[in-house]
Design a protein. Structure first.
Length: 259
């Protein structure tokens, strides 16, 4: 009788482990290929678009706006910069000056961060917690490719992979989806850690093929271009991207979506 009990106990334990694994795998939102979206980070939020996902600023979007979008069956991804410091944000006081590097070209008041610094890690972890507290479905951490830029620090690809994986793990612990922003050089190493991709201008720079590992795993590629092209939608359709033509300011002033 005891051996029979052990036999049943083993099966119950195995079923529990299987259930737990499946539960964890499905605990957060995972947008699939060709999920429709709107991306607006500045200006009065235009909520009229009939899309699956809105990508909005973490700090400037209110809980009420997030909840209103969700009541319309839209998922909300919350943007923040993880690899740079913007001098107008209220939560940057704890970042040491030694971890603040060179300016980002073309972006006033914004500087690269030393992503190896643990206080930078803590600040970004608090931002992810804020996203969970505000009810975001996912996050879009920006500037997670400092190793490919003139940051003022000797960052390596491995430094970037370590930091980006930390962001992904922190998001998933809080049951938030997370997207890999640009960072095309390390897509093969990180596609398994991230739930979707966000890309700017891969058509303009002829590098869209580097995002195909996401499509091959049925993970959405949210793609934006800032210059009009007559053949914008044809390659987007063939690759399975969710492509938009948007203003560089991402202020909602115009939008063209590939059908």
């Amino acid at each position: 009788m005891l051996s029979q009990f052990r036999h049943h106990k083993f099966h119950l334990t195995a079923l529990f482990v299987l259930w737990s694994t499946n539960t964890v795998a499905e605990a957060w939102y995972q947008p699939s290929v060709r999920t429709s979206w709107q991306w607006q980070l500045q200006g009065q939020l235009d909520t009229r678009y009939n899309v699956d996902v809105y990508d909005v600023d973490l700090f400037d979007t209110s809980v009420e706006q997030i909840q209103s979008l969700q009541r319309q069956n839209r998922r909300v991804i919350c943007y923040f910069s993880a690899g740079s410091v913007e001098d107008w944000r209220d939560d940057i006081h704890s970042i040491p000056t030694g971890a603040i590097g060179k300016p980002l070209d073309g972006w006033a008041g914004e500087r690269w961060l030393d992503i190896r610094n643990k206080q930078v890690w803590r600040t970004m972890q608090n931002r992810i917690k804020l996203a969970a507290k505000k009810g975001c479905d996912g996050i879009e951490p920006d500037n997670v490719d400092g190793y490919q830029n003139n940051s003022g620090f000797s960052l390596t690809a491995q430094d970037q992979i370590t930091f980006n994986r930390f962001l992904a793990q922190s998001a998933h612990i809080l049951e938030l989806s997370i997207g890999l922003k640009n960072s095309l050089g390390i897509v093969p190493e990180l596609v398994g850690d991230f739930d979707f991709a966000v890309n700017e201008q891969c058509l303009e720079f002829h590098e869209c093929d580097l995002l195909m590992p996401f499509v091959q795993q049925n993970k959405a590629v949210f793609h934006a271009e800032y210059q009009a092209s007559s053949d914008l939608c044809k390659p987007a359709k063939s690759m399975g991207f969710s492509t938009l033509l948007l203003p560089l300011a991402l202020d909602g002033s115009f939008r063209k979506a590939c059908p």
